[in-house]
Design a protein around this ligand. Structure first.
Ligand SMILES: [Zn+2]
Length: 382
């Protein structure tokens, strides 16, 4: 039994502030949270291994809801490296997830890696890997976007790959329906899959009780995925008012990855042709995403392969007008509830994925950038 004490903790589904907690961990799970100065707290402290984290604030380990294990958006030319040989991609993936865990990211939703690297790493499950919810091979149209995806044409081809993914025991099916960056000069947003192709994928997922997600920035593609039963919609950089209404009407979960559009720090790692488009549409994209935030959809937050940098996404969500506590729930409680298995919250019976940060993560997102303490499955890493 390990007993953690600290200045405070963000507990439960509402991330309620709990002053001077004693968090009791046993068998990889949180078994109790009590005031450290209570009688019960005192007896826990004297009977277990006590780790006093003094001035830190404890909170659930963060969950990155849009990862690609073998892609490292911190490096130049990372998109092209998705054509690297399998061994090289695997080595990179291992390094990336170890960086994630050191940065307090204890869970990942992987949205496309080649060679089923994500499935293999989830099942290998080393103690210093975050837990993973995976989608295997991302599926895209032959003429469509998606560096990490593979190409298919026609409902039967998509269905076949969906089944192959399911055979490999993925948790999600991932499709790419629109371009990566918004169109410039007022052009319409193209889409690269038909309704029938989308439906083939959602039917296969429903038949096995698993979830689906779509890379989709907006437009007709968004209408197809909302109406054909895709569960989460990635990015949404270029949503129209009509798209926002569809998201709310169909109760879709938005997976925000706004840093790709809003963070100039990511440009040096991306192709110049893409940067030109991103710069030309950044302001308008900010306006559209802010409007989406104001509509209060269900949501989760991801970095899109910017490993160890998820805290920056929390910062951008606040700039887009999201409430501070809500933005923290987007990397803890909300994805925890969606992926199941008692993660993403500090409460009894939940997995002991716990981080400790200096400063106040509710007031200042940069407090998340360098956790001083990281526990995953009840084991201490940092
Ligand atoms: Zn992605």
């Amino acid at each position: 039994m390990i007993v953690l004490t600290a200045k405070g903790a963000l507990t439960g589904k509402n991330l309620e502030y709990f002053p001077n907690p004693a968090i009791v961990v046993d068998g990889g799970k949180i078994v109790d949270i009590v005031p450290s100065d209570s009688r019960k707290g005192g007896s826990y402290i004297s009977s277990g291994e006590h780790i006093d984290l003094k001035d830190l604030t404890l909170m659930p380990g963060m969950i990155d809801s849009h990862a690609h294990l073998a892609m490292d958006a911190r490096t130049e030319g990372h998109l092209m490296k998705m054509n690297d040989p399998e061994a090289r991609q695997t080595i990179r993936a291992v390094r990336n997830v170890k960086d994630d865990i050191k940065a307090g990211i204890t869970g990942l939703r992987c949205l496309g890696d080649k060679y089923y690297i994500d499935v293999e790493m989830r099942d290998f499950g080393a103690p210093d890997f975050p837990w993973m919810s995976v989608s295997g091979i991302g599926m895209k149209g032959i003429h469509g976007h998606g560096y990490v995806g593979m190409s298919f044409s026609g409902a039967e081809e998509f269905r076949r790959q969906a089944r192959e993914n399911i055979y490999r025991k993925v948790n999600w099916l991932k499709i790419f329906i629109t371009p990566g960056t918004p169109p410039t000069g007022g052009a319409m947003t193209p889409w690269y899959m038909t309704r029938e192709e989308v439906r083939a994928v959602t039917d296969e997922a429903k038949s096995q009780g698993i979830l689906t997600t779509a890379h989709c920035i907006g437009g007709t593609g968004l209408r197809y995925v909302a109406e054909e039963g895709i569960d989460t919609i990635e990015h949404c950089y270029w949503v129209t008012d009509e798209d926002i209404d569809l998201i709310i009407k169909h109760d879709k979960i938005v997976s925000f990855t706004s840093g790709i559009m809003l963070d100039p720090g990511r440009e040096p790692m991306c192709p110049e042709a893409q940067n030109v488009k991103v710069r030309a549409t950044r302001e308008e994209s900010f306006r559209r995403m802010s409007k989406l935030v104001q509509a209060h959809p269900k949501f989760i937050i991801g970095s899109d392969a910017y490993h160890a940098m998820l805290w920056r996404e929390v910062m951008y969500m606040r700039q887009l007008g999201m409430d501070n506590l809500e933005s923290l729930k987007g990397v803890t409680v909300y994805p925890g509830e969606l992926y199941g298995n008692h993660v993403g919250s500090l409460e009894s019976g939940y997995v002991a994925d716990i981080i400790g940060v200096s400063g106040d993560p509710v007031e200042d997102a940069s407090a998340l950038s360098d956790p001083v303490f990281v526990m995953h499955n009840g084991k201490r890493f940092v």
